[in-house]
Design a protein around this ligand. Structure first.
Ligand code: FAD
Length: 486
């Protein structure tokens, strides 16, 4: 293949990590190429992750809300779902965003190279050029020379090896395809992705079973948050099988018959129209020629990095799902900015930029279910397990005017404060369950980053009546433990 002029930075992968790194590097004055195998930028998040799930969840939430309006005196007819139109809506949402990225790349003079990239050595990336929607190889290759590379190759869904190949067994990408309206659906894996997709399918009419190996759904969130979600969502489920494994599945003409083992397992195999595998994601570290450049990759496929996103090879940086948990878009974006800044610092001799580092205290998590579940920093369960001395401020939404007006007062807002002698009663964690919880959790993240205590938060005037007030109220509940003297 041909060899291009040398780039300051080549970015491998066009997801939230990759495009954010490329854009920041270009904004800082570097010559940048962005390599992506698919026809659109945006990676998993924009194409088959964060954004299309939210487009569908929005529709589901409106449908659910409309169905409850009958109790408030406004009745609609039963919903009529046109899957083709719904799919087109989702595609339009995704298209707006991925199209926007292409324009932004062009504006910044970032060279986008369509193809599959693998490292040749610490200064060169070989790209097998592709075209079309999928990944059709053109046969041509191009070698990109670089001073630095940022690996942002992301992750892909784990496939359970014992599940047969069948159109009715899908991962999240398959589920987003909305090929059918199943009557009976199994979600394998009770994490955020599985429960979000389950919410969509259930609102479209499916009865749900979920199977989870661990003792709880939404591992990582506080139990009391999940309990509220579970109580509200119980009507969607026939079975919630915890401490239970899926052990085998057989594809038959009338459905997928699945066997389970463990605490929640029914004795007989169960029949499903659709099985969603949502048992986690594997980083793509073993598929990018890392060994040829001497870049270390763990057994599981992660590329280890330091807080400046450096790998063990000086010219190679890595970010996003590829480098570790939590596999979240906002984490990838922040790591991307660090990598781009450190590289610009080195190449342009800017000492300040060269010191950039990823040192966020907290990374929020959100399940965009109905109600939403959001948490950040130390959770109460976490604190108990680690024996931390904490105080908590809890505000139930039954006392929130806005939540009551919305007929959605099942939620609550919780703040966790450091009660250790040296902790200064600073907020170190928070959790919210309720509608719009995800839109509110950022305030608690800010409070943690700023080192706020209960007085800072409680004395901040929140607009009334809003759900956001509940954060101020939760702080006021904990006020007593803080001093008000400046
Ligand atoms: P990716 O987005 O995986 O991008 C990597 C890119 O690299 C891909 O476009 C891939 O095609 C390309 N690539 C890989 N290898 C090569 C190669 N060798 N050559 C060329 N190109 C290559 N996160 C959130 O924060 N919020 C959410 O609501 C959320 N919802 C999600 C819902 C679902 C269903 C899924 C699956 C994920 C969701 N996530 C969510 C996670 C989020 O999508 C990821 O954390 C995020 O996309 C990671 O960004 P990344 O840039 O590291 O990698």
């Amino acid at each position: 293949g041909s060899s291009d002029a040398e780039y300051d930075v080549v970015v491998l992968g066009g997801g939230p990590g990759g495009y954010s790194a490329a854009f920041r590097a270009a904004d800082l004055g570097l010559k940048v190429a962005l390599v992506e195998r698919y026809s659109t930028l945006g990676g998993v998040c924009l194409n088959v992750g964060c954004i299309p799930t939210k487009a569908l969840l929005h529709v589901a939430a409106v449908m659910d809300e409309a169905s409850h309006l009958a109790d408030l005196g406004v009745a609609f007819g039963a919903p009529v779902v046109d899957l083709d139109k719904l799919r087109a809506h989702k595609a339009k949402v995704v298209g707006k965003l991925t199209g926007g990225l292409a324009a932004m790349a062009k504006m910044r003079k970032v060279t986008v190279v369509r193809g599959y990239g693998t490292l040749l050595d610490p200064q060169h990336l070989q790209v097998e050029l592709t075209e079309g929607e999928a990944q059709a190889k053109t046969g041509a290759t191009q070698t990109l020379a670089f001073k630095r590379i940022i690996l942002a190759a992301g992750s892909q869904a784990v496939r359970l090896p014992f599940l047969p190949q069948d159109d009715r067994i899908v991962d999240s990408t398959g589920a987003l395809g909305l090929a059918s309206k199943p009557e009976k659906m199994l979600i394998v894996g009770g994490g955020i992705i599985g429960l979000e997709m389950g919410t969509v399918y259930s609102t479209l009419g499916a009865r749900l079973d979920v199977v989870e190996m661990l003792p709880t759904l939404m591992t990582g969130a506080d139990r009391d948050l999940v309990k509220v979600w579970q109580k509200m969502n119980a009507p969607r489920f026939d079975r919630i099988m915890l401490n239970t494994k899926t052990v085998s599945a057989e594809a038959k003409p009338d459905g997928i018959w699945v066997k389970f083992e463990g605490e929640g397992a029914p004795t007989e195999p169960q029949r499903y129209d659709l099985v969603l595998q949502a048992v986690g994601r594997t980083p793509n570290g073993k598929k990018i020629g890392a060994d040829k450049a001497g870049v270390a990759v763990t057994d599981r496929g992660f590329v280890p990095v330091d807080i400046q996103m450096r790998t063990n090879v000086p010219s190679v940086f890595a970010i996003g799902d590829l480098v570790g948990q939590p596999m979240l878009a906002h984490k990838a974006v922040h790591e991307a900015h660090v990598a781009a800044e450190v590289i610009a610092g080195e190449l342009l001799g800017d000492a300040k930029l060269a010191k950039s580092a990823f040192n966020a205290r907290v990374i929020p998590s959100v399940a965009y279910t109905d109600p939403e579940v959001a948490w950040v920093g130390v959770t109460e369960d976490d604190a108990k397990a680690r024996g931390l001395k904490i105080e908590k401020g809890l505000f139930p939404w039954t006392a929130s005017g806005r939540a009551i007006a919305n007929t959605r007062d099942e939620g609550f807002t919780k703040l966790i404060f450091d009660a250790s002698p040296e902790g200064g009663h600073r907020v170190i964690g928070g959790g919210i369950v309720g509608t719009h919880a995800g839109d509110m959790i950022g305030e608690i993240a800010l409070a943690i980053e700023m080192g706020a205590d209960a007085v800072d938060i409680g004395k901040t005037i929140h607009p009334h009546p809003t759900l956001g007030e509940s954060i101020g109220m939760a702080a006021e509940v904990a006020h007593g433990s803080c001093t008000d003297v400046p």
